[in-house]
Design a protein around this ligand. Sequence first.
Ligand SMILES: C[S@@+](CC[C@H](N)C(=O)[O-])C[C@H]1O[C@@H](n2cnc3c(N)ncnc32)[C@H](O)[C@@H]1O
Length: 304
Amino acid sequence: MHRPGRSASHATFDDYAVDPDDEHPSRPSVPAALARATSELAEAGVESPRVDAELLAAHVLEIPRGRLLLADRMSAGELRRFEELVAERARRIPLQHLLGTAAFRHLELSVGDGVFIPRPETELLAGWGIDVCPPGAVVVDLCSGTGAIALAVADESKPASVYAVERSPAALSFLRRNAAGFPSVRVVAGDVTDPSLLSFLRDQVDVLLCNPPYVPDGTAVPPEVADHDPAAAVFGGPDGLSVIRPVVALAAGLLRSGGYIGIEHDDVHGEAVPLLLRADGRFTEVTAHLDLTGRPRFATARRR
Ligand SMILES: C[S@@+](CC[C@H](N)C(=O)[O-])C[C@H]1O[C@@H](n2cnc3c(N)ncnc32)[C@H](O)[C@@H]1O
């Protein structure tokens, strides 16, 4: 129960609804703590307040979210920690930074300051790459960030090798940590706009995937993105295509004949990116894909 005029950081146990038949009246119930946190997060403009409150509570209680229904009480220490995390989330610190991990397909990736948090919509591009990836393939993931796409492909298909390319030193340290259990993944520090990148793989790549920075400069983004995702991971130049253009040319040189390319893009680029792939002249089967909300999200093609 939220009492107007009292901030969550000053909550005490009697701020929580107490069941008269309760055997432990001095300890707040999990449902009451969740209800209060949900309303605090909703007031702060958090998009999914109940889900975030549940994930933070599960994190504090060190149980899977699905077991929260069975959880009864929080100790004083757990309540304090939960309230601190809820207050930070209300300040629009990304949920994944508070948890230290982000879920991506079947993986839990390490995330934090300096690395882009993988998004659910990118699971679609990764899934497409997994579907077209033949056993023993050579795969390239450009702009790898945490390694979400590269590691999902390594996890769910049987590639011979996956080259995960990233430029940012901060992102590279998360990428190396996340890739530690994946012997097929090779981390490469490099710039995807460099036409000589991975030149030893010329005409040999079976699948090339890329989720580059693509938001046009100056576009308004939510506080979680503006304050916590690195700008170099989000913004892709005046029209959002500054990284995609050189990536198309680089990919055409690296892919073998019949090899696959998939590039995620902004929803304003549903025509522009397929056009860039056609204009290059070295791709066929150019296809535009929508995300689960029906927005243009990625484009695919095959090397002639
Ligand atoms: C939108 S994030 C995608 C990260 C990851 N692939 C994912 O889907 O979660 C773009 C990533 O590209 C990296 N990046 C930006 N420009 C780059 C460049 N020129 N060369 C290599 N990496 C670059 C950023 O540091 C960031 O990690």
